[in-house]
Design a protein around this ligand. Structure first.
Ligand code: GLY
Length: 396
């Protein structure tokens, strides 16, 4: 929980109005759409793996946490261009979500919200697909029954060999699983889902966000009693550092919870953690993979940048015009997105599958270091969509 007064260092860096030129935004969308269209033969009825290997996306089936964002990328491209070929890819993906749920393929997972929000909830919201709505409601029920601990009031990270079995954990990422519970709770009148999603946010604010507004990646609780123990990392540099993408999940997750609840503490914690992110950006505004680094040769994680852009833009929808952070977020989100367009979509001397490069998936696990990943692509396109279509209906 934040206890220090968090101020934006160098406020002049993000002062005043700033907009990306229309030509640059249009050019970025055209370039992304062209690349995505060239991938249709590979990914119609198929999915990319969690991250690229030598800049190429291995092909797989609907069996991992990023699949929903792969479908969502094509849906965003359809919404942005009207090109029916993108919609056909979405329609080729959708039946696999029901199969995944029915056959329980990789469903013992805390990331069920990541899978079903930008795919099935999105297909319902953007295309009016009633089957997708039902699959998303069923997935929310599964997430609640399988992963939510009533005793702890949080979504449990699925047990694995990665931590000692006497502990259980929840994590920053799960703020992006909560939206499935919020949506389904409202859609199906299930108050217990909304209470669970609110509790996930509260626990995150209490235990995962530190006094200085940095974040633990995971937080560990005693298995039997769920007594809070201490923060730990999984994908970050160290237990007391701040993993960039985990932090970015908070920059986007808290505003979504605010949109449903209007709880004032969410605005405060969001301002503090976003200032922490902005205070730890390097000169070119592309976050390093962990916010402990602010210069040098460490790999970047551009996905943390574009997730944060979406989160700042989302919060601006609810902030009054005189909120001091509003203009800062508007300025910073435009600059950070422009930085990704300028530094992460150009020539790197070889072909790459992603819409953006310089994404780091999981450095300590030696996975996807300075590569591409579907969540980078998805949130890049969502960020572009937010800039050109202010009335776009959020998938989360
Ligand atoms: N949810 C895991 C990640 O952001 O890599």
């Amino acid at each position: 929980m934040v206890t220090e007064k968090i101020i934006l260092q160098n406020p002049e860096r993000f002062a005043g109005e700033y907009t990306i030129s229309k030509e640059k935004l249009t050019g970025a969308i055209e370039k992304a759409a062209d690349k995505l269209e060239s991938q249709i033969p590979r990914f119609k009825e198929a999915f990319a793996a969690t991250c690229s290997v030598n800049y190429k996306y291995p092909k797989t089936v609907n069996n991992n946490w990023i699949c929903g964002m792969h479908t969502g990328t094509f849906l965003l491209a359809y919404e942005l261009t009207g090109n029916k070929k993108f919609r056909e890819v979405v329609e080729s993906h959708l039946p696999t979500y029901k199969q995944r749920l029915d056959k329980k393929i990789a469903m013992e997972d805390h990331d069920v919200g990541f899978v079903f929000s930008p795919s099935c909830v999105a297909a319902y919201k953007a295309l009016g697909d009633e089957n997708a709505r039902q699959v998303a409601l069923d997935a929310a029920e599964h997430l609640y029954n399988f992963s939510y601990s009533k005793k702890g009031g949080f979504i449990l990270r699925v047990a694995s060999q990665q931590h000692k079995p006497e502990y259980c954990r929840t994590m920053m990422d799960t703020l992006m699983n909560a939206p499935l519970l919020f949506w389904a709770g409202q859609e199906a009148g299930r108050q217990e889902y909304i209470d669970a999603a609110m509790s996930q946010n509260k626990i995150t604010e209490q235990y995962l966000i530190r006094e200085d507004a940095s974040s633990n990646h995971h937080y560990q609780f005693e298995l039997e009693t769920h007594k809070p123990l201490h923060g730990v990392t999984w994908q970050g540099f160290s237990d007391d550092s701040c993993w960039s993408r985990g932090h970015a999940w908070g920059v986007y997750g808290f505003p979504i919870a605010y949109s449903y609840s209007k709880e004032p503490y969410l605005v405060d914690v969001h301002k503090d953690i976003t200032y922490y992110m902005l205070n730890h950006l390097p000169a070119d505004l592309i976050p390093y993979w962990d916010l402990v680094f602010v210069d040098g040769d460490q790999p970047r994680d551009s996905s943390a940048g574009v997730v944060s852009v979406c989160g700042m833009d989302e919060m601006c929808k609810y902030l009054p015009d005189d909120a001091p952070q509003k203009q800062i977020f508007q300025n910073a989100s435009a600059r950070m997105l422009e930085a990704v367009i300028d530094n992460c979509t150009g020539d790197i001397g070889r072909e790459y599958d992603g819409l953006i490069c310089h994404v780091t998936a999981a450095l300590p696990q030696r996975q996807g270091i300075d590569e591409c990943a579907i969540y980078g692509d998805y949130f890049y396109l969502e960020a572009l969509c937010r800039m050109v279509k202010p009335d776009w209906k959020r998938y989360w």
